[in-house]
Design a protein around this ligand. Structure first.
Ligand code: GDP
Length: 297
């Protein structure tokens, strides 16, 4: 389970301050030192940890907390709220247009779960949001990607538009949009090509599709298992494409939590969905409050 060791360590740190009638500044500093260590060991970005601890210090060492009846519990609550603040305070849904077709461009490195996420999100749209989505297969680099999207589309009853690998991604995107318009779709998800690493050609292709489609949402899939690396990847994509949301995939794996706790604070891009497994239903809307509860155990 993700966060297991982080959760254990945080709870250990809290043990020494809860249940005490009074707290000294030393108790507090010892506890904060422990919290700091556990976050760094979970691979949370150094600057994020620094700001996090100093925010807690300011709030926790106030006389109101120190003189309260149960200071330990108040401090735990402060830590909880700061974790929620790191994760994004409130959930961020897909912003649907009031009129016309809402367009969602899926981007991300190869293997992060982009194609799977496109289908999972289409499934949520159909089942829970009463939308009529079309999936457009713009990953023409990896032939298997089109087949994969078609199989996924079939399994959820969502049509997949493709012109095969011979047609350029940009043309497929434009024709896919026109097809959606003609056929009464209200939402289009574009599955774009990934690469193993960020390269200029990929970024140019994505920038061209963005310029032609003007997507309402650009969702970047990042793999929670890759830890802090997701921060670097997210920053690079965000600089070029102005990403509107993140899909954090593979949270069911043995992630330490570092990436999740760092990426929002550093990029300011909200996490909109989390992937929790390989099956089509293994996707959740991201609720920062619930995630914080889970981290704190
Ligand atoms: P893409 O190259 O980014 O389009 O990645 P794919 O969608 O093809 O996914 C790559 C692999 O990751 C596949 O085997 C997926 O089943 C798997 N995968 C995707 N999302 C998740 C997830 O949330 N959890 C787990 N455990 N596996 C996932």
């Amino acid at each position: 389970m993700p966060f297991e060791s982080l959760t254990g360590r945080l709870n250990q740190a809290f043990k020494n301050i809860t249940g005490r009638g009074k707290l000294t500044e030393k108790n507090m500093n010892d506890m904060l030192k422990e919290v700091r260590m556990s976050l760094l060991e979970a691979d949370v970005n150094y600057n994020v940890v620094k700001d996090f601890i100093s925010n807690i210090k300011v709030k926790a060492l106030g006389t109101e907390v120190m003189n309260s009846l149960n200071p330990g519990q108040m401090v735990v609550k402060i830590v909880h709220d700061e974790i929620v603040a790191l994760l994004g305070t409130s959930e961020e849904a897909i912003r649907y247009r009031e009129h016309g077709i809402t367009t969602v461009m899926m981007v991300g490195l190869q293997g992060t779960g982009k194609t799977t996420a496109a289908a999972k999100i289409a499934n949520v749209m159909v089942k829970k949001q009463n939308r009529k989505p079309l999936l457009v297969a713009c990953d023409v680099v990896r032939p298997a990607a089109i087949e994969q999207l078609k199989t996924l589309g079939d399994s959820i009853g969502v049509e997949v538009f493709t012109l095969g690998v011979e047609t350029k991604a940009l043309e497929t995107a434009q024709k896919g949009y026109a097809y959606a318009l003609e056929n009464g779709y209200d939402t289009v998800l574009f599955d774009t090509a990934g690469r193993l690493h960020i390269d200029e050609e990929l970024m140019q292709e994505l920038a061209d599709i963005k310029a032609a489609i003007h997507p309402d949402e650009i969702l970047l899939t990042v793999d929670a298992m890759t830890g802090q690396d997701i921060v670097n990847v997210a920053q690079s994509f965000h600089e070029l494409l102005d990403v509107s949301g993140l899909v954090l995939t593979k949270l069911d794996g043995d992630a330490r939590g570092g990436g999740i706790l760092s990426v929002r604070a550093i990029t300011q891009v909200p996490v909109k969905f989390v992937g929790l497994g390989e099956k089509i239903d293994d996707l959740d809307i991201f609720y920062p409050q619930r995630m914080a509860d889970r981290i704190l155990g």
